[in-house]
Design a protein around this ligand. Structure first.
Ligand SMILES: [Zn+2]
Length: 493
């Protein structure tokens, strides 16, 4: 049994000024573009989907045929020439790998290319054309996928991950691979039902808290019912002005389309009825400081969810930087601000030098103005490390040359590459014991919780300036289908 695997993965925001080029895929992550056997070698034992495919391949004795695998930081729609080059090579490699018995693809689900609103649908159509109507195509997706009619038509099985932070990627990969083996052996006949919800869902997706905790528990309950193979609730990715942005429910039954349809509709209706709880509530910095002092549990984590490079923003919003400096916080680390110019200047100046620079705020005016600062270069790091986890455990990351600047009690990590900090290892590489800090500032929505909740129970979400506000009503949509909640109160399923 031979199963093809690979991906072109990207979460594309149509509201960010950061372009996505072919070079973004080559340079934007530690892996770059990998091919063939390299894909399997790079993922074996990590907490990502291909590791789960491999676990299953080893147990069931099938061969995984690596095509092309690449993923880069969330940013704007992929440039047209980059998309045709990447898709072209992917398709060529699949053609050359034929005949295969099926395909397992770890796509993201919220990828947009210039002129192609539904890039996963476009890629899956090309895959289907080569593989024909009968070979199974199974797809795992990020939780933040915008599922489309084209994707549902071209794939036999779609399994978005369940957890946010995404700590179950290897598990979901294993699930998809085990199901494709059973399908190919003729033991099951998966039938998929998709219910698209008329809603944009931004907040309340942390698996450890309500409302998402109960929502995902309900999907898991459904999976234990006779005849149901798998069930998923995908909140979607809001910062994409495309027709099919938003939330979805997928239920897959064994040979019973009517059962899948009935359960998918019922789960969708129940999720849609919870929508008032998906409120992006954030506090002011003053409120967060008061709450942190009242809790008196340190370190306190201040999150800037609206400037999360992991959702496509530049990562150079200056709101939190200005607030930390004005409050003259002590024993504080802001990790991080994206500013390649300042990272290079600090690296050239060396540890111990004093710099006067304009820091951050260089991408777009809505991210706030640059902050004039005179600071000491306290620590330099090449930005390379292996993720400790639990999320993405074992994966290589590369933030590029990173400089820790200090003014008074405030340390700021200035990075060359855009990235969300979701792991404790980079904090150590910046020269800190995470548990010994007083304040940690992070540009992240939820992923940081998987690791940082080990050192902090004092977590505060603060609203700072951003080009991607979390209140969807503030975003200038044009292509999005309507009516849709919360833009339209009259949206109905
Ligand atoms: Zn995600």
């Amino acid at each position: 049994m031979r199963i093809a695997t690979g991906t072109i993965a990207h979460e594309s925001s149509t509201f960010t000024p950061i372009p996505t080029t072919y070079e973004s895929f080559v340079e934007g992550s530690a892996l770059g573009i990998v091919r063939g056997q390299e894909i399997l070698d790079a993922h074996r034992g990590t907490n990502r989907e291909p590791a789960g495919y491999l676990d299953s391949a080893e147990e069931h004795g099938f061969e995984l045929v690596g095509l092309l695998w690449t993923a880069t930081q969330p940013s704007g729609p992929i440039e047209a020439s980059a998309w045709s080059r990447l898709k072209g090579e992917f398709v060529e490699r699949l053609q050359a790998a034929m005949p295969v018995d099926g395909g397992l693809f770890d796509l993201h689900g919220a990828m947009v290319a210039e002129g192609v609103e539904d890039a996963e649908g476009d890629l899956l159509e090309a895959i289907r054309e080569i593989m024909g109507p009968d070979r199974p195509i199974f797809v795992t997706l990020d939780l933040h996928c915008n599922i489309t009619p084209q994707m549902v038509e071209m794939a036999d099985v779609i399994i978005p991950c369940d957890n946010f932070p995404h700590t179950d990627l290897r598990e979901r990969g294993r699930e998809a691979a085990d199901l494709i083996v059973r399908t190919l052996r003729g033991e099951i006949r998966p039938t998929m039902s998709w219910t698209q919800l008329p809603q944009l869902w931004v907040a309340g997706q942390f698996t450890g808290l309500e409302p998402f905790k109960s929502i995902i528990a309900r999907a898991h309950d459904l999976e234990s019912q006779p005849g149901i193979l798998t069930a998923s609730v995908a909140p979607g990715f809001t910062w994409a002005d495309i027709e099919h942005a938003g939330s979805s429910v997928i239920v897959i039954a064994d040979g019973d389309q009517a059962l899948a349809d009935r359960e998918s509709r019922a789960l969708g209706e129940w999720v849609f009825a919870q929508r008032e709880h998906f409120d992006a509530h954030m506090v002011s910095f003053d409120e967060a400081m008061r709450a942190a002092h009242a809790m008196d549990s340190w370190p306190a984590v201040i999150s800037d969810p609206q400037d999360n490079p992991g959702a496509g923003t530049p990562g150079d919003s200056t709101g939190m930087l200005r607030a930390f400096l004005e409050a003259d916080l002590q024993n504080a680390l802001l990790a991080c601000v994206w500013d390649p110019e300042v990272a290079a200047a600090a690296t050239a100046a060396g540890v111990g030098a004093e710099l006067t620079v304009e820091l951050g705020g260089k991408s777009i005016a809505t991210q706030g103005a640059p902050v004039p600062i005179t600071a000491a270069v306290e620590h330099l790091w090449d930005g390379k490390f292996t993720v400790e986890g639990p999320m993405h455990a074992g994966i290589l990351e590369d933030y590029g040359p990173t400089a820790v600047l200090r003014r008074g009690g405030v340390h700021v990590a200035v990075m060359t590459e855009r990235s969300q900090i979701y792991d404790l290892e980079p904090i150590r590489r910046m020269g800190f014991d995470p548990a010994a800090l007083g304040w940690i500032g992070l540009k992240s929505i939820n992923h940081f919780r998987a690791a940082f909740s080990r050192v902090s129970d004092s977590i505060h979400r603060v609203e700072f300036p951003s080009c991607q506000p979390h209140d969807a009503r503030k975003l200038p949509f044009g292509r999005l289908r309507r009516p849709i909640w919360p833009l339209d109160e009259d949206a109905r399923l």
